[in-house]
Design a protein around this ligand. Structure first.
Ligand code: HPA
Length: 250
């Protein structure tokens, strides 16, 4: 039985260090997920991996079929989802290569398919989303980081932007005033769709760069993003191995 899924973001298209058991191509009422689901095993614990941007990183944030991805994971019986997501750091404590486990979200995205509850013949359903991330799963990530000796920022508000362009400095100023600590393009509607299907969902954010107008650089360099992501993803892999080796939410 596979309880835990990892949705990998930019810089994490596959999970090294895990024994691959099989791959499964899924179809859903919402179309195809970003790629085949990869079943892996570590210390006798099975997990499932899904690369959010596709196996070859070809799907931009606004074109990801979030509904199909979350539906497919629910369909195979997954109970918990850890999202790995590259972000820009707005809070000055969040420098490149730092990891964070946010506890709040502000959604600035638009035009994305963002619900399984479209009304019609079904009932109108409003989910509670006061605390968008599952606290037990967040704690599990934080505990695993402590065990692995990896520094991790606990809390913070994730601002989800539409992309695929990065933000302007003024947009980041506004987001900071709103209370955002991190900015990324894929956190929504992924988190609310997971809640709609009653999946425990938490995010391990990986700071790839100072957000626009932050830090001491005039512009955001893609080369630097890649460099920091490569560095930080090594830590994410170590962290996930500890999480996966300790299956229960304790
Ligand atoms: N903004 C939005 N998404 C991102 C960023 C950013 O600065 N860095 C990595 N993903």
């Amino acid at each position: 039985m596979t309880d835990l899924a990892i949705i990998g973001g930019t810089g994490l298209n596959k999970l090294e260090g895990i024994n691959i058991i099989r791959r499964r191509v899924m179809r859903t009422p919402y179309g195809e997920p970003s790629g085949p689901l990869t079943y892996g095993e570590i210390n006798g614990n099975e997990i499932v991996f899904l690369p959010r941007h596709g196996t070859g990183h070809t799907i931009p944030p606004h074109k990801i079929n979030y509904c199909a991805n979350i539906w497919a994971l629910k369909e195979i019986g997954v109970k918990e989802v850890i999202s790995i997501a590259a972000v820009g750091g707005i809070n000055n404590k969040l420098a490149p290569a730092q990891l964070a486990v946010p506890d709040q979200i502000i959604d600035y995205t638009w035009g994305r398919e963002n619900t399984f509850y479209e009304g019609g013949a079904g009932k109108v359903i409003h989910i509670d989303f006061t605390h968008p991330y599952d606290n037990a799963l967040r704690t599990r990530i934080i505990n695993a980081a402590q065990k692995a000796g990896i520094a991790i920022f606990e809390g913070g508000t994730y601002g989800a932007t539409q992309g695929p362009r990065l933000e302007t400095a003024a947009e980041i100023d506004r987001m900071e005033k709103d209370g955002c600590d991190l900015v990324g393009m894929t956190g929504m509607p992924e988190a609310s769709l997971a809640r709609e299907l009653d999946l425990a969902y938490a995010c391990c954010a990986v700071v790839a760069n100072h957000a626009a107008g932050r830090g001491d650089k005039e512009e955001i360099s893609m080369k630097e993003i890649e460099l920091y992501l490569n560095k930080a993803m090594q830590q994410v892999r170590e962290l996930l191995i500890v999480v996966l080796s300790n299956p229960s939410s304790t």
